[in-house]
Design a protein around this ligand. Structure first.
Ligand code: PHE
Length: 454
């Protein structure tokens, strides 16, 4: 089985894989969510905990996902089943693949709605609608977007279409080509924005907010948020990284590659924070505004600053690109599976799945207006989908992947596939994947669920 190639193609080289996986990892999670949860949880202490979670939980699980994908060279659903068979275990372990692909699919449906807001803001910034608006007006503008299903539907549709087009192109002509253009653009935009915030923002204040360690701010809740986020930001538990891993070169080192992806993803989150907070502070705004940080606080800040119109536009462009490359990796696993299972052409598979996601997204966007009264466990549809994926499906899927890679697969298989240089490195991986990661994830799972439902 080792010399197999995926029927979908493979990455041209190791760096393309690193960039594609980084494209998946760097998304709304890094630029929208990381800064606001850091803001809500008091800055530096939170950042430190988050880094520990990436290292002890995120990185080992990502290695596990990639090794399974590359070993089987199939979509996650088939890859988990096939490696289970190879290890002489029950093929029903393949259900883990299902769980991940399904979670990714559901996430896409509401991720696309938020990405649609971003597209709306790109257009708004580009046409100068935010010049000199105060906090009140910015808040109202955002509310009126949420109240308008037509507006949201347009942008949601555009976004789904953008993603379907890339996935329909396949691994080489679609994903790889998009990666080559979008990732350099993303890094460049980020650097430009960092330069702007360095020159025009209260950089020192932003810096110390992110990096000064204040142990008082460290609460148990913050630890849970950090752990959950380390998962989401690395695109784990959704088949995305496993699918990308199935197109990875046989000789490339999984350990070194994953470390690079983890470092890049973290750097982008930190640099995004360094681009955002100095601007927030320079305009005497509140860093702890929560989810509205990006859609209300930042437009106000940009609206008041010299050159803010251009840089605000570039900022939302950056977020749009990041969301795009992430969503591609959410659609890819299901598409690969439909191609494998039903022999459909990739174009048809991507279009069909995109259409279903588009429909599901409509339910999400209506939950902000016409369907606001429909409640599932007292949550609106959007919040409910976010809740079951982020708090139930992802941790569960991550936990199962850790158990699967650590305990179910044979050590011979994992040792062979990881091909780490030293046995110390392999033992470190074994300890984290068998004990630390599953225990940590099980704890967030139970505590979160208890906290939310109790
Ligand atoms: N990692 C992405 C982010 O930080 C989200 C994502 C999760 C993308 C899973 C793909 C798969 O926004």
């Amino acid at each position: 089985m080792q010399s197999k190639q995926s029927m979908h193609g493979s990455w041209a080289n190791r760096w393309i894989f690193i960039l594609a996986a980084t494209g998946s990892a760097v998304g709304l999670g890094n630029i929208w969510k990381f800064p606001y949860i850091t803001g809500e949880n008091g800055g530096g202490a939170f950042v430190l905990v988050y880094l520990v979670c990436i290292l002890l939980v995120g990185i080992p699980i990502m290695m596990g996902e990639i090794l399974v994908g590359r070993r089987a060279r199939q979509s996650p659903i088939n890859a988990v089943r096939e490696t289970a068979v190879e290890a002489g275990r029950d093929p029903r372990w393949g259900l883990i693949g299902w769980l991940g692909v399904l979670a990714g699919y559901i996430i896409f449906s509401f991720y696309s709605v938020v990405a649609g807001w971003v597209l709306h803001y790109i257009a708004g910034m580009g046409t100068g609608q935010f010049v000199d608006i105060g906090s009140d007006l910015a808040g109202k503008k955002f509310e009126s977007l949420l109240a308008s299903p037509d507006q949201m539907l347009i942008w949601h549709s555009v976004f789904v279409l953008m993603v379907v087009v890339v996935v329909a192109g396949g691994v080489n002509k679609g994903l790889e080509r998009a990666t080559k253009i979008m990732m350099p653009a993303l890094f460049l935009l980020l650097l430009v924005l960092l330069g702007y915030s360095f020159n025009s923002g209260s950089f020192a204040e932003g810096w110390s907010f992110l990096f000064s360690f204040n142990p008082d701010a460290l609460t148990w809740d913050a630890v849970l948020v950090a752990l959950g986020h380390s998962f989401f930001t690395l695109s784990l538990g959704m088949g995305a990284i496993m699918a990308y891993g199935s197109y990875m070169g046989k000789k490339d080192s999984i350990g070194a590659t994953v470390l690079t992806i983890g470092v890049l993803d973290t750097l982008v989150a930190l640099v995004a924070g360094l681009a955002i907070f100095p601007i927030v502070f320079a305009n005497q705004l509140d860093p702890g505004a929560g989810p509205g940080l990006m859609f209300i606080t930042l437009p106000v800040a940009f609206g008041q600053m010299p050159g803010g119109q251009i840089f605000g536009f570039l900022f939302f462009l950056l977020v749009g690109v990041a969301a795009w490359t992430s969503a591609i990796s959410l659609l890819e696993p299901a598409t690969a599976w439909v191609v494998e299972r039903f022999g459909l052409k990739r174009l048809h598979a991507a279009a069909l799945l995109g259409f279903i996601i588009w429909l599901m997204g409509i339910a999400s966007l209506l939950s902000f207006n016409h369907w606001a009264d429909i409640k599932i466990f007292s949550m609106g549809i959007f919040d409910f989908l976010d809740f079951i994926t982020a708090n139930i499906m992802l941790p569960l899927s991550g936990l199962l992947i850790a158990v699967y890679a650590g305990w179910v697969l044979t050590q011979k298989m994992t040792r062979d596939e990881l091909a780490l240089d030293s046995s110390v490195a392999y033992s470190a991986w074994q300890i984290t994947i068998r004990f630390i990661a599953p225990v940590a994830v099980a704890v967030i799972f139970v505590v979160n669920l208890y906290g939310k439902l109790a």
